[in-house]
Design a protein around this ligand. Structure first.
Ligand code: DAS
Length: 369
């Protein structure tokens, strides 16, 4: 009941903002860390805000799609869910305030640096990141590969804006703080807490454009659930992550350019040729079936490998791994994405290319992470 009242209060506040200042809020300079009181005896959780629908504002409570993501600041988000302060000493910090299609590498590098800095402090128990859902799985996977700590890192978003009737953001944020405060959540890699389930960064996908149960780990499954409001684990990934990572983005200003080519009937290789001409360092081919490549595209990709560009075969099919197929793919040096979807294969390839261009080494990384 309290949460619902809080929501209504937030909705009213946000609706009041929509008159005009809300657009300014989205465009306002990123705020300094919010000052919050430290309460003894509770875990300390930092909440790093990046925007998204969880911070989104619409003109009315029934408007679910026509809203401005990344409108509310971290202080408003935290004030809307006072119950999080019963669980942990929560400190907020605004890293960015954008709709997640606009997340860029500089935000990733800033997030990674800040999370590593915070989690290195003995007094910090965990980190929560608020994020738009569109690219949430990519940020989660990137962080899963570059955060160097076993402490819980949880990403959370919402499918309905903060102003919506039955907004999902507040309960998701409450669950995320619980997860980040839970000792059993250590060592499980970066997690996503939404819609009462816990997904792992490696296997999670946004599977539905609109529904609140959009985040799923098809085939490989959830890590756990929130049962009676508390996180309960059933599964763990066997793949390397976080504290076992070999990737270090400290000091980097950018990541190597890697593109995704989406396969389709009658693809004559136009985009593959354009990618090579643009000077990319890597290509992920989102192929049909088990990472199939049309002959016209294959010719271009074979030439790309001969020029030193790393090419990974992935699949546009949502489930199942991309594995060995016809021998000439292997002979041409095309690598395999396994169960990583193309957007995640792209990120792993970018990080791999910060260390090596040796195809055997890069395939090893795809097999281990
Ligand atoms: N606007 C989108 C985003 O910021 C959607 C969302 O957050 O749910 O990713």
């Amino acid at each position: 009941m309290k949460i619902r009242q809080t929501f209504i209060a937030l909705a009213v506040t946000a609706a009041a903002l929509t008159a005009a200042p809300v657009l300014q809020a989205a465009e306002a300079p990123v705020a300094a860390p919010a000052a919050q009181t430290v309460k003894a005896g509770k875990p300390t959780v930092w909440i790093l805000a990046t925007g998204g629908t969880i911070a989104g504002v619409a003109a009315s409570a029934t408007e679910m799609t026509g809203y401005k993501a990344g409108s509310l600041g971290i202080d408003t988000l935290l004030a809307a869910v006072p119950q999080i302060h019963d669980i942990a000493d929560c400190r907020g910090e605004q890293i960015a305030n954008v709709a997640s299609p606009n997340i860029k590498v500089d935000t990733w590098l800033k997030l990674a640096g800040r999370i590593n800095e915070l989690l290195a402090k003995p007094e910090v128990n965990g980190v929560v990141i608020t994020h738009g859902t569109d690219t949430l799985e990519e940020t989660a996977w990137f962080l899963n590969l570059v955060v160097r700590s076993d402490k819980p890192v949880v990403i959370v978003g919402a499918m309905r804006p903060a102003t919506a009737i039955s907004a999902d953001g507040p309960v998701n944020l409450l669950n995320a703080v619980k997860l980040a405060s839970t000792p059993e959540a250590k060592g499980r890699g970066v997690m996503i807490a939404m819609n009462d389930v816990i997904n792992g960064a490696r296997d999670v996908q946004k599977t539905n454009t609109l529904r609140v149960d959009t985040f799923q780990s098809p085939e490989l499954g959830y890590l756990g659930y929130f049962e009676a409001g508390n996180p309960v684990f059933y599964r763990a990934s066997t793949r390397k992550h976080t504290s076992q990572t070999e990737f270090d983005v400290t000091g980097l200003k950018d990541l190597p350019p890697v593109v995704i080519l989406y396969s389709h009937v009658a693809d004559d290789g136009t985009l593959a040729k354009a990618a090579v001409a643009a000077g990319v360092k890597g290509i992920v081919h989102a192929g049909t079936g088990n990472g199939s490549v049309p002959d016209d595209v294959f010719k271009v990709l074979k030439g790309a490998v001969e020029q030193g560009i790393t090419v990974v075969r992935g699949a546009r099919v949502p489930n199942g791994p991309t594995i060995r197929s016809v021998a000439y793919f292997e002979e041409a040096g095309l690598l395999k994405a396994g169960t990583l979807n193309p957007q995640k294969a792209r990120i792993l390839l970018q990080l791999a290319l910060t260390k090596t261009s040796d195809p055997k080494e890069i395939q090893r990384m795809f097999d281990e992470y």
